[in-house]
Ligand binder design. Structure first.
Ligand SMILES: [Ca+2]
Length: 405
């Protein structure tokens, strides 16, 4: 998973500004999705959906009383980011599901589902952890850019620094994890920091414009994908491994690059640029090379899909919102009409088929047909009042069901 990588930032998604030959090759070896969405327009909600297979709004988040005073105070001051302090310990995670099915589980990279030690990823089903628990680190010093602004670089349960550029270190650990686990089933969640700010290239002293550094960061991310895929090939695991690549929300890029092109909006927005992001799935022998899908897919679909592949049984005591997308990946179906929801602060949108209604609080603001009008230029709210009313009703019912946390 890339962090804040936009829809228009890869060669295979028509970028002419960034060179991503390895990710383009991955796409050519499998299926590229044009209508994949992150569950959130920000990091933490999407990561919660990835972990739980549920809408982040349905997840149980930690109470203030569970936080140490310093984090409680930070959360009080930063309500829109209140989720970053953690999901409840009894949430079922994709790591736990696969761990219980005999998979070795590793998180290499960013967690961002709790800063306090008790919400450490190894308490949520990961056997191993290398990386950082916060929203972003300095790529060279590995000091957190938010929260306590202290060293945030972990070897399992221990904070321990080391020299190196974050993207390169995570790549090294990812390959090491694959090598050590080549003879047994494994689940590797490689959650890169790039190209999330701070915009820093590989050479700490090199000075260049932010946009040049930003492109370099995506190109190093691309190198990482190439090295990981090469390791799988070298170890003869490529035909027994499903590789998925996606972003956690739209780009928030420096001026001078069309990172979310052709979409409007960016990270944090309910416009497509906030949450329609790249998603590629490759599995030689199971997914047809060079295929493209316009099925509507969301981050929360990974848990039910992976659980199905691992033969895991999901407990009946909780609502899983995601869907198993294996029939789409193996070309048995092209996808069906779905109703999907997004919510950030009091901004929201709802999709049914090609129709998208977005609004703020109780007020619907725009109705667009994103199949015909991907750039959201034409607001059809006044032309189709009944359609808008129906979508608004779906949104209202959903809010009432998930509890609008
Ligand atoms: Ca992000």
């Amino acid at each position: 998973m890339a962090d804040d990588l936009g829809y228009g930032s890869l060669g295979c998604y028509n970028s002419k500004e960034v060179s991503t030959p390895n990710i383009d090759r991955l796409a050519a070896s499998g299926m590229l999705f044009t209508d994949f969405h992150s569950n959130g327009a920000m990091c933490t909600p999407t990561r919660a959906a990835l972990m739980t297979g549920r809408y982040p709004q349905r997840c149980t988040w930690v109470d203030d009383e569970e936080l140490s005073p310093v984090f409680r105070e930070q959360r009080r001051k930063n309500l829109p980011q209140r989720w970053a302090w953690g999901i409840a310990r009894d949430e079922l995670t994709i790591a736990r599901v696969l761990q219980e099915s005999g998979y070795r589980t590793g998180l290499i990279g960013k967690w961002h589902l709790g800063y306090d030690f008790r919400f450490h990823p190894m308490n949520y089903g990961f056997d191993e952890f290398r990386g950082f628990v916060g929203g972003s680190v300095d790529y060279h010093t590995h000091v957190a850019q938010h929260g306590l602004r202290t060293l945030d670089w972990w070897h399992d349960m221990e904070i321990r620094n080391e020299d190196g550029y974050a993207t390169d270190l995570l790549t090294k650990y990812a390959i090491n994890f694959i090598e050590r686990n080549r003879d047994r089933p494994f689940f590797l969640y490689l959650a890169h920091a790039a190209p999330h700010a701070p915009w820093q290239g590989r050479e700490p002293k090199e000075k260049k414009p932010p946009v040049a550094t930003y492109k370099e960061m995506i190109e190093i991310l691309d190198e990482s994908v190439g090295l990981v895929v090469e390791a799988l090939r070298h170890l003869d695991l490529i035909e027994s491994t499903l590789v998925v690549f996606c972003s956690d929300n739209g780009a928030d890029a420096p001026p001078g690059i069309s990172a979310n092109a052709p979409l409007q909006g960016k990270k944090g927005s309910m416009q497509e640029g906030g949450h329609r992001v790249p998603f590629i799935a490759s599995w030689p022998g199971r997914i047809r090379p060079g295929s493209k899908s316009n099925a509507t897919v969301m981050t929360m679909d990974f848990l039910p899909t992976f659980a199905e592949l691992a033969g895991s049984k999901l407990p009946p005591d909780r609502q899983i919102d995601g869907a198993n997308i294996m029939p789409i990946l193996s070309n048995e179906v092209s996808g069906s009409e779905r109703v999907l929801h997004w919510l950030f602060a009091d901004s929201w949108c709802v999709r049914r088929g090609p129709w998208k209604l977005s609004g703020k609080g109780k007020t619907p603001l725009a109705l667009v047909n994103v199949e015909r009008d991907l750039e959201e230029r034409t607001n059809l709210l006044k032309d189709h009042p009944e359609l808008a009313g129906g979508l608004r009703e779906l949104h209202r019912n959903w809010i009432n069901t998930v509890g609008n946390r």
